[in-house]
Write a protein that binds this ligand. Structure first.
Ligand code: GTP
Ligand code: MG
Length: 482
């Protein structure tokens, strides 16, 4: 005789009672039918979700370009466009970065005027009581000495802000481009010690935002009042108290002379806010969108920003935008992303034709961008990737050319073309598109844009066309593969 299966332990529990009344039976059967209905609905939900996940598109966009080319600013523009409420909520967190940008600009000025040589000054600016030696340090006029003295508390504020923004034990080797030397200085009665001008940076993982707000992240809105940043803080109080002196320093004629002779064009430098001191130093200052785009915080490592399209034909598409550090030591982090990226936005700051890299003073910035672009175009791993070129910082290019800086002096091939924005842009477009054509392993379309990514209006339109183009290409390739 075959062995009998052991009794099912659940069977006894689930079996209807032997003394069940007809009414109870009707009730039980109804309950069982309802339970079956719910179970089928859950099964269908799971099936639908699986199918959806299978269908869900993930579009990956990588931002590349040298340091200070505008990658993180472009990322912030994407954030503003596609997760506006999270962007707005996080604006307040940029206040410390902006405070530090301001304090650093002021220190650059004080350092410059503190060891200015008499021969560097126009005759009218030099103080009269100095002796004849031509290389003698110029004495500062009394009013500037007083201002420098009164701005001494900003040194403490700078240390506070660095402690707040830079993770402990982090040291970054690159320095701000416009600074000099690192020894102490003594200008008349005003003694200031220069520090190394380490540029502050953001490292993912130990993010500065994370350290300031606990667990808050893009996509997970913060409520105002949770960070403590929006109320007045020590740095803001100090900046408020120093407001008049900072404004007087920045507007001083001799200061401007010194900056001019030293070719320190602070207005064109990243993180420049000195024309907005009145607004920025108010006790309840909260950064505007534009302030967030103008703020400078260097990227070290890789940051990924995810967002999902909520409507239209892209509904359900997840976008991942990857922002990397652009300084030379950071470039090895780029390659692992080449594998499965849909498109690259490459930023070339075409205003930088007369500048050198912060990390290597012997390398011209424009040349570096051109070489990088060539390397990206010719990379075999990227042969099927859409390359989008942002010829960026056109606003600064325009200002430079208008101020009389001659492009041909730095780029002989520019020849005798008119030294204006239009001619320069045509020239750069043909230079970059030529490289794209000649060095791409297989023919592909050139997508070139002239951008000033700090400008929200023009950039929003450009990002929308980029998004459409990338999405179309993504769908076309997905169709070809399926
Ligand atoms: N005027 C102007 N400033 C810009 C433009 N694009 C970027 N900037 C500024 O340039 C600075 C550097 O921009 P970032 O976006 O931080 O540069 P990045 O490429 O991310 O640099 P790394 O993180 O060092 O690789 C910031 O202060 C920006 O506000 C532009 O088109 N015009
Ligand atoms: Mg960056």
């Amino acid at each position: 005789m075959p062995a009998r299966d052991p009794p099912d332990p659940l069977d006894a529990v689930l079996r209807p009672p032997t003394d069940e009344s007809p009414e109870d039976k009707v009730k039980r059967l109804a309950q069982e039918a309802e339970a079956r209905r719910i179970s089928t609905a859950i099964d269908e939900d799971i099936k639908r979700e699986r199918a959806l996940r299978k269908k869900k598109h993930i579009v990956k966009l990588l931002l590349l370009g040298q340091s200070e080319s505008g990658k993180s600013t472009t990322l912030r523009q994407f954030q503003r466009l596609y997760t506006p409420s999270a962007f707005r909520e996080e604006r307040v967190l940029w206040r410390s970065v902006i405070q530090l940008n301001v304090v650093r600009s002021i220190r650059l000025i004080i350092d410059a005027i503190s060891d200015v040589r008499r021969r560097e000054l126009p005759v009218s600016s030099a103080s009269e009581d100095s002796d004849n030696e031509s290389d003698e340090r110029a004495r500062l006029p009394m009013h500037l000495e007083t201002i420098c003295m009164r701005l001494l508390p900003l040194r403490h504020i700078e240390s506070l802000l660095v402690a707040k923004l830079v993770p402990p034990n982090e040291e970054e080797a690159t320095h701000l481009g416009v600074c000099h030397g690192s020894s102490g200085c003594d200008a008349g009665g005003c003694t200031l010690h220069r520090h190394h001008h380490h540029e502050i940076f953001v490292r993912p993982g130990a993010t500065w935002k994370g350290s300031m707000i606990g667990k808050a992240r893009f996509g997970r809105p913060l409520s105002a009042g949770t960070t403590g940043q929006e109320t007045q803080d020590e740095s803001q109080v100090a900046l408020h108290q120093c407001k008049d002196d900072m404004i007087a320093l920045w507007n001083d004629r001799m200061v401007r002379d010194v900056l001019r002779t030293r070719k320190m064009r602070l207005e064109e430098s990243p993180g420049f806010f000195l024309n907005d001191l009145d607004r920025l130093t108010s006790l309840h200052y909260c950064p505007s969108d534009d302030d967030v785009f103008k703020a400078r915080l260097k990227t070290i490592g890789v940051c990924e920003y995810k967002f999902e399209m909520e409507s239209g034909f892209e509904s359900g598409t997840e976008w991942r935008i990857i922002d990397v550090g652009g300084s030379r030591s950071q470039r090895p982090t780029w390659v692992p992303f080449f594998d499965d990226v849909d498109a690259i936005i490459f930023l070339a700051p075409i205003s930088a034709f007369d500048q050198t890299l912060v990390e290597d003073k012997s390398v011209n910035r424009l040349e570096d961008s051109v070489l990088l672009w060539k390397a990206v175009c010719s990379n075999k791993l990227l042969e099927k990737v859409e390359l989008i070129l942002f010829m960026n910082k056109c606003d600064i290019l325009d200002t430079k050319l208008r101020s009389g800086i001659r492009l041909a002096k730095y780029l002989r091939s520019f020849g005798d073309r008119p030294n204006d924005l239009d001619s320069a842009q045509k020239f750069f477009r043909s230079k970059f598109s030529f490289i794209h054509r000649e060095h791409s392993p297989q023919p592909r379309k050139f997508h070139g844009y002239f951008t000033s990514v700090t400008d929200t209006t023009t950039t929003s339109g450009i990002l929308a066309s980029v998004r459409d183009m990338v999405m179309r290409e993504h769908l076309r390739k997905a169709k070809l593969l399926s």
